[in-house]
Ligand binder design. Structure first.
Ligand code: SAJ
Length: 447
């Protein structure tokens, strides 16, 4: 199939890079977003998301005239839906007395609705948004068929998940393997023709529901494996073991690859997607649901560690280092670091948080300071929450000269105990237990 014109609906973290990459490869692309602010920002040459290299790509696409920005879709050869699928904040399902979160598919449904008036025979529609199994055939197809055209007969319909890593989106978009699931084999082939325009990785064809499952399985697999790492950290603390060392040794086994514990699992993918499987089949997913709960509980666990280290939180002055959901990105969505900072504050601590990638972040109820200096001022305790490179490489002696704090808690295995001790600090590390099983290694005991 030959494609000249494409509509990309939803210009967020995935839609905007996808739209501009297609434009850079010669397609005429209409980028559509229902948010008037997004449309205005892009039309005025601005950009509303931070991703390395994206600004340059978008600018070039707009300048070439191959990317235009609109509020509604128009006729095209193909349509890509790349809108968010969050879960409801205020609506839960329940299975055997336990609550689970539910996917909010309203943005997907309204994106599909907006295509109906402009859908023509022979068009291709691709859903990219992460969605519960059977969304393509059960939700999107019936909406598009309001046009009078039949999915798989009169137009092609496919599901193709994005699998790119924030921070590496532009490279991974092109290089990663791409899964395309069609509602019919011909739909999958049409999808392949579209993505082959820029994808260099392998393109694997399957059916739509398999492709939906693949995406959810990938992120769920990661979530469950992080949950077990977090449980190992708890066990290690109880049994007087250094979990980081134990993991390193276990991972020497050729068939073992344990992930890293930490203050929790955040971002808009891994902490969300497993719920889509739980919601779709709560009777079949006790492990997935439990893993989610273990990871959701991990910020509380990190807070308990800080509380133990300080011997109480009320009125204690804490410098929280890092707010992003993971290292070296500026994304604060669903961030466990933000949750830890909030929880510390709720328990009476006086928190000053510093996020080097978003020094001016505004978070209700939290004092965010724009420099490390300001965070360190008057702090009694440093709590490291994100493994940003610039925190890993901090020099403890230098820090000792800039703060009166002599206590530090590392939740991400970034700091070496000996170095911090030499600089006069007591360092507590998540996942590192004392020999007596009290949960915290005693400095005097291991000195
Ligand atoms: N984390 C840990 N321990 C680890 C690894 C990660 O606690 O060993 C935490 C991170 O700090 C972060 C969260 O998990 O809070 C998620 O981070 P991540 O780097 O694992 O993943 P994301 O959410 O940035 O991106 C994931 C990727 N999926 C997989 O690696 C299977 C990416 O490829 C997907 O495209 C993306 O989800 C998505 O959009 O679904």
């Amino acid at each position: 199939m030959n494609f000249e014109k494409l509509c990309v609906i939803g210009l967020g973290y995935i839609g905007l890079p996808t739209a501009s990459t297609f434009a850079a490869h010669g397609l005429q692309v209409v980028g559509v977003d229902v948010n008037p602010q997004v449309v205005e920002t892009l039309r005025n040459g601005g950009i509303h998301i931070h991703e390395p290299g994206l600004r340059t790509l978008v600018e070039a696409a707009l300048k070439s005239g191959r990317l235009t920005i609109q509020a509604r879709p128009e006729e095209a050869d193909a349509f890509i839906i790349a809108v968010p699928t969050p879960f409801y904040e205020d609506r839960f399902g329940e299975y055997q007395g336990r609550r689970y979160k539910q996917a909010d598919l309203r943005a997907v449904a309204s994106a599909a609705e907006s295509i109906v008036p402009v859908l023509r025979p022979g068009n291709l529609v691709v859903l990219e948004s992460t969605s519960p199994p059977r969304t393509t055939v059960g939700v999107v197809a019936p909406i598009l068929e309001k046009s009078g055209l039949r999915a798989g007969q009169d137009f092609y319909l496919a599901y193709s998940p994005e699998r790119v890593l924030p921070g590496q989106i532009l490279r991974e978009l092109i290089e990663n393997a791409r899964v395309i699931g069609g509602v019919t084999p011909a739909s999958a082939l049409a999808g392949r023709d579209l993505y082959a325009i820029f994808v260099k990785g392998e393109i694997v064809l399957t059916d739509a529901t398999t492709a939906e499952m693949v995406k959810l399985m990938e992120n769920t697999y990661r979530d469950v494996n992080i949950a077990i790492a977090n449980e190992f950290a708890r066990l290690a603390e109880r049994f007087g073991v250094d979990v980081w060392q134990a993991i390193q040794i276990a991972n020497l086994h050729p068939r073992v690859r344990i992930l890293s514990p930490g203050p929790g699992v955040g971002g808009h993918c891994i902490s969300v997607d497993p719920w889509f499987l739980v919601e779709a089949a709560p009777d079949l997913t006790p492990l997935i649901a439990t893993a989610r709960r273990v990871n959701d509980d991990q910020p509380h666990y990190a807070v308990a560690l800080v509380e133990k280290a300080l011997g109480g939180l009320k009125g204690r002055r804490i410098a929280a280092l890092g707010l992003a959901y993971k290292p070296d990105v500026d994304d604060l969505r669903e961030s466990p670091a933000v949750e830890v900072a909030h929880l510390l504050q709720e328990k009476g601590a006086l928190v000053r948080a510093f996020e080097p990638f978003k020094p001016h972040a505004e978070l209700a109820g939290l004092t965010v300071v724009p420099s490390l200096e300001e965070a360190l001022q008057e702090a009694e305790c440093l709590v490291l929450l994100v493994r940003h490179t610039q925190f890993v490489t901090l020099c403890p002696k230098d820090i000792a000269a800039r703060t009166s704090a002599r206590l530090a808690v590392d939740t991400v295995n970034a700091w070496k105990e000996a170095d911090w001790r030499a600089a006069g600090f007591r360092l507590y590390r998540l996942g590192v237990g004392s020999a007596d099983g009290s949960g915290i290694r005693r400095r005097e005991a291991d000195g």
